[in-house]
Every structure is written in structure tokens, then in C-alpha cells.
Design a protein around this ligand. Sequence first.
Ligand code: PNS
Length: 175
Amino acid sequence: MRRAIYPGSFDPVTNGHLDIIERGCKLFDEIIIAILVNPEKRPLFTIKERREILSEALKGINSGSCRLLVEDFQGLLVQYAVEREADAIVRGIRAFSDYEYELQMALMNRRLEPRIETVFMMPAEAYSYVSSRLVKEVYQLGATIKGLVPSLVEDRMREKFNKAGATQPKTETRA
Ligand code: PNS
């Protein structure tokens, strides 16, 4: 049984993330999509919302016999990975510019926990420029994000920005 952790902020999940998960399903029997609870950040969606969105979005992908779980974690990723008895950490690399930061993290994680391998995966070229940050930015400036995120993310973004004050989310908590 090969278990991987796919960690990230997922604020919000994009079609690029889903593409990586679908590809990861060809390599692993189980993938835990693990959302980082980061009190330093001011996310658009709460952890609870991101868990809901991810769980819903995962219904739309072809996971074959791979089991997909959505969780959240705090603290060191490798510590969480050991607790969850994972074999690997999956990270998507879109462009060369991602590589330096990802390599640093992978090597630090290996130093901290040599038993856990990091596996870099490439999303489809169509998603090579898609990031949660840019999706939020262009949406807020009035552009369409159709095709870049699952349609339920578009709906949740619309709801979020229609609510007064939602453009300034509060400091993150688990709630
Ligand atoms: O989607 P992101 O924001 O690029 O994901 C970054 C993430 C969650 C993978 C990274 O920030 C992380 O692993 N944070 C947990 C804290 C930790 O273990 N830090 C040391 C990394 S070498």
C-alpha cells in the first residue's frame, strides 16, 4: 500500500492541483490532500471551506482505485507525514521557476525525515501558468477563471466576493 501526502494551501484548489492528483493516482494507492493551517496567512477561504471545496471537486476526477482523503495539518509537514505513515510527499512543478523553492523544501524535508521521498510531478501544459494566487487576483479584477478552476470554485468565489468585507479575510483558524 503506497500512501502519499499532497500538501498545500489550496486557497482555492485549481484544475492544476486536480490534474496532479489524478496523475498521482497512477502511482499511489492512497493520496491524502493535506491543507496547511497557517496562522501567518490571510486566506480567502477558511480551512473548513477549503476542505468542503476539495472534497466536492475530487468527485469530478478520475482516481481509479486510488483512495483520496482530505485533511488539514499544522506544524512540520514531515512530522505529519510520519504520523500518517506516508511513503511520499507529492508536489507539482509547473515551471523552472518553481524548482528552486521546491528543491530547497524537498532537501530540507529529506534531512528532517530521510524515510519520506518527495515526488515532483508536472501538470498538463494547459495548467502550467495556473496558480491559486493568480486565479484570485484576476477574478477580483473582473476576469473569467473558467477552465482554470472547477466550476464550484467559481461559484464559491462569486459568493465570497458578493459578501461585504469578504475581500479582507481574517487571520486563519481551523474553524
Ligand atoms: O501550496 P503551498 O502554499 O505552496 O504549500 C506549501 C507547503 C504547505 C507545502 C509548505 O509551506 C509546508 O510544507 N509547510 C509546512 C511547514 C513545514 O514543514 N515547513 C518546512 C518545509 S521544508
